[in-house]
Design a protein around this ligand. Structure first.
Ligand code: AGP
Length: 611
């Protein structure tokens, strides 16, 4: 779950790599390092943020044109200077950076220790660089050959980029399970975990696939598989602007991305929702329509916020398509040996498209003959490429670790899928279908209107910024929003928060309620309204502090709650797209009031590429 960057060309490599690491810091930020290939290889690495490495290397006047860099999310060995990357082999001849986990590193390490190797760190990565060196020396082979042999014996996930003493004009990279993008320039090449460090230099990129090796000089890229067969590089054009990965005048990426949502949802609907012809175009579904209309069941697989989007989709698809839906935590699904086979449709939801548990879960399901449909934000990511078909959410780059605009874009794609399949299956009438399209078309404007109430949310945040615990409650479509609101508050403010179906309270959690416990109800107008009113009364009867997200103009709940946050009226099926917004803002403002780094919360990272 780290970020890696490399450069080979004619520019000074150090500033290019340092800037790239800052762009990738959301992938891991507990230590960082850079190795430069000048006269010889020089390595700089430090515990802490990239800014600490920058300060520590202020006096470095490196002119080297080749280098590799890394920002870390610790898996093996705590954050420290010694465990920071790059790691060098015992002879000093090989230096590499690594993103991923070598699962069989302990046994490899024993083998190497028996051969006299010593280790300065606790990392699996230092084992890997020495293992490659051992193979190279034993076989008197080239580095490329040694990497091919070594990587066939490695179990786990990796992207590695290796520099070899005596070969300053080339880098060798390899990939399995973790992401790697190569930026193609004129007389220079850039390598990175994603395109954000590359985009300001070139929009021509190559996405490296699993089991591929890339030998890169400043003028040439040679791609091969581990079987030493050449692969023709497929150069793609990035459809991303640099501005999209900058803060745009906001204090934090999280706030920028929350306010991006009217635009990101418009982008998500563009070319799909046609109100003139009252039609929806979802090519990924249309190309395989019968797979969906004849599906016996749909299994949604995801993690974190994406899993919450899956829960909302369960309500949407079962209501509009009358197809049974199961929503699975990918981390459990991948090991549970679930009953999956041909005829089953798996929907994999992921912002990054690189979440390891979701990736392996769909690999398993694919092996058993299931049809895989990806709902993904990151274009060209592993889950997108592994799926039989899919739909991109087009939310644009999401830098803040807490997922916000990707969540609402996921809900929008899933709603369009439910409407499309329901219509084609005949379980949704044309009138209903047209009514839903009209509702969908109004969503970006209603999101804008909801975000305009941010000052009210800020005022409520000031009330509860010192809370020790928090409960989020909802029913029906809003139950998953309660879970999502609780997750956002946990991630951003470190307050212990839980989400529950409101009717579940009587079965235990209501014991937590007293005058010190804020309880946020997602209570917009829907079929459950009367029920949730009585749930609010149960909390008020025990002196709980109630914050209620209600439909604008609500008077009943507004008279009962301590604080009210309004959203425009909308059909209950699309209510989560609006009712989640105050919870995103609330967690943001509470996080800021508590003086926390809302873009890079402790212990987290944006893309969980290890299990
Ligand atoms: C959400 O704010 C978190 N960043 C996290 O729960 C995230 O949703 C989860 O890791 C899944 O990521 P994905 O959507 O990229 O697969």
């Amino acid at each position: 779950m780290c970020g890696i960057v490399a450069y080979i060309g004619s520019r000074p490599a150090f500033p290019v790599i340092l800037k790239g690491l800052k762009r990738l810091e959301y992938r891991g930020y507990d230590s960082s390092g850079i190795a430069l290939f000048g006269e010889e290889v020089a390595c700089f690495k430090r515990k802490g943020r990239v800014a600490e490495l920058e300060a520590w290397t202020e006096s470095v006047t490196a002119t080297a044109h080749v280098g590799i860099g890394h920002t870390r999310w610790a898996t093996h060995g705590e954050p420290s200077d010694a465990n920071a990357h790059p790691h060098t082999s015992n002879s000093g001849r090989l230096t590499l950076v690594h993103n991923g986990i070598i699962e069989n590193y302990a046994s490899l390490k024993q083998e190497l220790i028996a051969k006299g190797y010593t280790f300065k760190s606790e990392t699996d990565t230092e084992v890997l660089v020495n293992f490659i060196e051992e193979i190279q020396q034993k076989n008197e082979s080239t580095l490329e050959e040694a990497m091919r042999i070594a990587l066939k014996r490695v179990v786990g996930a990796y992207v590695i980029i290796v520099m070899e003493e005596g070969f300053p004009e080339r880098l060798i990279a390899a990939r399995k399970g973790s992401p790697l993008v190569i930026g193609v320039g004129e007389g220079e090449h850039f390598l990175a975990s994603d395109a954000s460090p590359i985009i300001e230099y070139t929009k021509r990129v190559i996405y490296v696939n699993d089991y591929e090796l890339a030998i890169i000089s400043k003028d040439e890229i040679i791609l091969k598989n581990l079987g030493n067969e050449p692969i023709t590089p497929y150069i793609q054009q990035l459809d991303m602007e640099l501005a999209q990965i900058e803060k745009g005048g906001y204090d934090h990426f999280m706030l920028k991305e929350i306010f991006d949502q009217p635009a990101s949802l418009t982008d998500c609907l563009r070319g799909r929702l046609d109100m003139e012809n009252l039609s929806l175009t979802l090519k990924g579904v249309e190309d395989h329509l019968s797979v969906f209309t004849q599906a016996k069941r749909i299994v949604i697989v995801a993690c974190g916020t994406s899993w919450h989007a899956g829960l909302v989709a369960e309500y949407m698809i079962e209501t509009l398509c009358r197809i049974p839906v199961e929503v699975e935590y990918a981390s459990e699904f991948r090991y549970r040996n679930p009953v999956i086979g041909p005829g089953d449709v798996i929907i994999a939801i992921s912002q990054s498209g690189e979440t390891a548990d979701t990736l392996v879960a769909i690999e398993r399901a694919k092996e058993q003959g299931a049809f895989i449909f990806g709902v993904v934000n990151a274009v060209g990511s592993s889950i997108a490429r592994l799926s039989h078909s899919g739909a991109y959410t087009h939310a644009g780059p999401e830098i803040g670790v807490a997922s916000t605009k990707a969540f609402t874009a996921q809900l929008t794609v899933l709603a369009m899928m439910a409407m499309k399949i329901g219509k084609e299956k005949g379980t949704l009438s044309s009138d209903e279908y047209n009514r839903y399209l009209a509702e969908l078309a109004q969503i970006p404007a209603k999101v804008e209107k909801t975000l305009a109430t941010h000052e009210q949310v800020k005022a409520v945040a000031a009330y509860y910024a010192e809370a020790r615990d928090f409960l989020f409650l909802g029913r029906g479509y809003n139950f998953p929003v309660a879970l999502e609101g609780a997750l956002k508050l946990k991630e951003i403010s470190y307050i212990h928060a839980e989400g529950y179906p409101a009717a579940e309270m009587k079965h235990g959690p209501i014991a937590l309620v007293d005058e010190n416990l804020p309880v946020l109800f997602i209570a917009t107008q829907d079929a459950y309204y009367e029920k949730i009113v009585s749930n609010i009364q149960e909390i008020k009867a025990r002196k709980g502090k109630v914050i209620a997200v209600v439909t604008e103009g609500d008077t009943l709940i507004s008279s009962m709650a301590d604080h009210v946050l309004e959203v425009p009226a909308v059909d209950e099926l699309l209510a989560p797209l609006l009712s989640v917004l105050p919870t995103q803002l609330l967690s943001y403002y509470i996080g800021v009031l508590r003086g926390l780094d809302v873009d890079k919360p402790r212990n987290l990272a944006k893309s969980v590429t290890v299990e």
